[in-house]
Write a protein that binds this ligand. Structure first.
Ligand code: ZN
Length: 225
C-alpha cells in the first residue's frame, strides 16, 4: 500500500470508531486493521475518546435554542485526557479527526459550535430514562442500559464492560412487527467501562428489544423493551 493510501485509512479511524462510515468504508477499515498492528493500536486508543464524544446528547443540542452548554467542556475534557498519551503529535491528529466527525454531525443539524466555547449556566433539561435489563451471552461481559423515548425514536444509553477491546460491535433494534433496524456501532473497550448513546428511528411503542452483535453477527448482549 502506498503511504498516501495508508494515511487516508488511518485518518478514517476516528470516524470508524464513531460509526460514521459507510458499510463499504467500514469493511475496508476492518480488513486493513486486521493486518496492520499500528492501526489496530491507534483504534484501541481512539475508541474510548470516540465514546466520550459520542455521549454528547444531540437531542438536547437540537432541542435547545443554544448549543448544549457542556458540549464544549466535554470535548475539552476528552481532548485533555487524550493529550496525556505518550505519542502526543500522532494522537492529536486522531483526536481532531474524531472531534471533527462529531462536529460535522452537529453542523449538519444547523448548530454552530466551536471547541473551547465558554460553558454557560443554562440548566440542563431533564430526560426520563427507562432502565432496561441487559443479558450477556459473552463470558466476562456485563452491561446495563436505559432507553429514552424521543419524538423521533428510541435512544439507548448503553454501559458495558468486557467487550473485546478494539473489536467492532453493531447494535440493532427489533420491532414488534419483526423488523430489525440499525442503531449504530461501537468498538469494544475491554475492561474499561464503555458509555455509548445509540439512536434509532424506531418509536418507543414499536420497539421490542435490542441486540449487540459481534463481527460474526452473533448476539453478545440482548435486551427486551
Ligand atoms: Zn495501518
Amino acid at each position: 500500500m502506498n503511504p498516501d493510501d495508508h494515511r487516508t485509512l488511518r485518518e478514517m479511524l476516528g470516524a470508524f470508531a464513531l460509526g460514521h462510515l459507510s458499510a463499504a468504508e467500514e469493511t475496508a477499515i476492518r480488513a486493513h486493521v486486521d493486518g496492520c498492528p499500528n492501526c489496530r493500536r491507534d483504534l484501541t486508543e481512539i475508541a474510548p475518546l470516540a465514546h466520550e464524544l459520542a455521549r454528547v446528547d444531540l437531542d438536547r443540542v437540537f432541542a435547545a435554542p443554544t448549543p448544549s452548554p457542556d458540549l464544549g467542556h466535554r470535548i475539552q475534557v476528552a481532548v485533555a485526557r487524550e493529550r496525556h498519551h505518550r505519542d502526543r503529535l500522532a494522537r492529536r491528529r486522531h483526536v481532531l479527526m474524531a472531534a471533527a466527525a462529531v462536529l460535522a454531525v452537529l453542523f449538519v443539524g444547523g448548530v454552530g459550535l466551536k471547541i473551547g466555547q465558554a460553558v454557560s449556566d443554562t440548566p440542563v433539561a431533564t430526560v426520563r430514562i427507562e432502565p432496561v435489563e441487559v443479558r450477556s451471552k459473552l463470558e466476562g461481559a456485563q452491561a446495563s442500559a436505559g432507553v429514552v423515548a424521543h419524538t423521533w425514536g428510541v435512544e439507548i444509553k448503553l454501559e458495558a464492560t468486557g467487550l473485546r477491546s478494539g473489536s467492532p460491535y453493531a447494535v440493532v433494534v427489533t420491532t414488534r412487527d419483526g423488523r430489525t433496524r440499525s442503531a449504530g456501532a461501537f468498538v469494544g473497550t475491554g475492561e474499561n467501562v464503555m458509555h455509548c448513546n445509540l439512536n434509532t428511528d424506531v418509536l418507543r411503542p414499536d420497539a421490542a428489544g435490542f441486540r449487540v452483535l459481534d463481527e460474526d453477527g452473533q448476539a453478545v448482549l440482548t435486551a427486551e423493551l
